[in-house]
Design a protein around this ligand. Structure first.
Ligand SMILES: C[S@@+](CC[C@H](N)C(=O)[O-])C[C@H]1O[C@@H](n2cnc3c(N)ncnc32)[C@H](O)[C@@H]1O
Length: 189
C-alpha cells in the first residue's frame, strides 16, 4: 500500500518547530473565521488540532488520514476528536459538506493528485475553500523527499501551472498560488 511508510513512521512521528509555526499561520490567516465545518485531510497525528481549537472554538473538525497508525496516534493524543481512516482520492463524505478542506504538509504523497483535488471540490460547500500548503518552499520539500529515501523520493509537488490546471479543471475559482518561506495554493468553490 502506498502509505506503508507512514504506517511504519507513525509511532515516532515528530513535527518540527517550523512546521508548527506555519501550521499556526495557516489556521489563523487562511481559514476564514466563520468556517464551521473543516476537513483536515492527511492529518497525520493532528498537527493542526490545537491551532484549530484555539482559533475556531466553534468549528467542527474531522480528521482523515489514509494511514491507520496515524489515526490511532491522533486518537491517543486527542481521544475526543472525530478522526477516521480514509483517502483523499475517495473522501468518505457526501457532497457540499465542508467550509474548508486543508491539506497540510502532505500533498506530494497523494498518488492521484487530480482526483484528490476533484474530491475536495465535491465535499466543499459553495464558497468553501481548499488550502493545499507546506511549511517549506516547493524546492525545499522536493529535495527533502529525495534525501529521505526511496519511499518518498518520487513524492514531488507539482509545478505552479499544474496546480492551477488541476484546481481550474475541478471547478475552483479565485485561485491563489503563494510561495515565500512557505507555500500554499488556495481555491474557492
Ligand atoms: C508528511 S505526513 C503529514 C501529516 C500531517 N499533516 C503533519 O503535517 O504532521 C503525510 C500524511 O499523508 C497521509 N497520506 C498519504 N497519502 C494519502 C492519501 N491518499 N489520502 C489520505 N492521506 C494520505 C499519510 O498517511 C501521512 O499521514
Amino acid at each position: 500500500m502506498d502509505v506503508d511508510c507512514f504506517e511504519k513512521w507513525a509511532e515516532n512521528w515528530e513535527v518540527s518547530a517550523e512546521s508548527k509555526v506555519v501550521a499556526g499561520i495557516f489556521v489563523k490567516e487562511l481559514i476564514g473565521k466563520n468556517s464551521k465545518y473543516i476537513l483536515d485531510l492527511a492529518c497525520g497525528k493532528g498537527i493542526l488540532r490545537d491551532y484549530l481549537c484555539s482559533n475556531l472554538p466553534e468549528a467542527e473538525v474531522v480528521y482523515v488520514d489514509k494511514a491507520f497508525a496515524m489515526i490511532k496516534g491522533l486518537k491517543e493524543i486527542y481521544p475526543d476528536e472525530m478522526a477516521l481512516r480514509g483517502e483523499g482520492e475517495n473522501i468518505p463524505f457526501g457532497e457540499d459538506k465542508f467550509d474548508v478542506v486543508i491539506i497540510f504538509n502532505s500533498f506530494p504523497h497523494f498518488m492521484d493528485k487530480e482526483k484528490t483535488i476533484s474530491e475536495c471540490y465535491r465535499v466543499l460547500r459553495k464558497g468553501g475553500r481548499l488550502i493545499v500548503g507546506h511549511s517549506m518552499t516547493p524546492k525545499e520539500i522536493n529535495q527533502l523527499h529525495k534525501d529521505v529515501g526511496p519511499e518518498v523520493a518520487e513524492h514531488q509537488l507539482p509545478e505552479k501551472e499544474s496546480f492551477i490546471k488541476m484546481f481550474t479543471k475541478s471547478g475552483f475559482n479565485n485561485i491563489e498560488y503563494f510561495v515565500n518561506d512557505y507555500f500554499y495554493v488556495m481555491g474557492f468553490k
